[in-house]
Design a binder for this molecule. Structure first.
Ligand SMILES: C[S@@+](CC[C@H](N)C(=O)[O-])C[C@H]1O[C@@H](n2cnc3c(N)ncnc32)[C@H](O)[C@@H]1O
Length: 179
């Protein structure tokens, strides 16, 4: 399916809640041998990413204005993804809103189905409580094994990362490998 969209077969990564697409665009530019889908539910942001991709001739970057979990569940055939990236997903800090958090066990199970064996799920967040919560949720999903040594050094920045860096906020990163 994604082969038809991109007109070739290449490793495919998705950036969920892509915002302005700074990260997805940088990855697509740096790694022309890979394909990227940026998923963003806000029309203005999705349009901005699409315009930049066209302007910069990035044929390996596509944008979908869609809800992230719906995309993983319904538009990603089993084993079709190389990696899923979540950068600064909405933390929903109030306990009564925790049901809205995406990095939970049920999502992790759907993500594990969509990602190939050996593929990755990566989280970057400035919210420590969300980070600890996500680690606990993922620990309940046998398919995902934490990559303790992964520090995301080679990851390009993103709009919110720049913002939080300026504010001097601490950032928490973790990747899990599908095994
Ligand atoms: C805090 S921003 C981070 C944006 C970007 N990842 C970055 O690092 O700059 C969160 C983004 O996720 C989008 N978003 C939140 N929930 C979403 C969902 N369920 N599906 C798709 N996009 C979502 C928001 O519209 C927003 O653009």
């Amino acid at each position: 399916m994604w082969g038809e969209v991109f007109g070739r077969t290449a490793p495919l990564e998705v950036d969920l809640g892509a915002g302005d697409g700074v990260y997805a665009e940088a990855r697509a530019q740096r790694e022309p041998e890979r394909d990227f889908v940026a998923v963003e539910r806000l029309l203005g942001r999705a349009t901005k990413i699409a315009k930049k991709a066209v302007r910069n001739g990035l044929t390996n970057l596509r944008v979908l204005r869609l809800e992230s979990w719906y995309f993983i569940k319904n538009l990603c055939p089993p084993g079709s993804l190389d990696a899923i990236t979540l950068r600064y997903p909405d933390p929903w800090p109030k306990r009564r809103h925790h049901g809205n958090r995406i990095m939970r066990r049920e999502f992790a199970l759907d993500a594990a189905r969509a990602v190939r064996m050996g593929g990755m799920l990566k989280l970057t967040t400035d919210d420590r409580d969300y980070f600890e919560w996500a680690k606990k949720e993922l620990a309940e999903c046998a398919e995902w094994n934490p990559m303790e040594s992964w520090k995301g050094e080679s990851e390009p920045t993103s709009e919110f990362e720049e913002l939080f860096q300026k504010e001097g906020r601490e950032v928490y990163r973790m990747a899990w490998k599908k095994e």
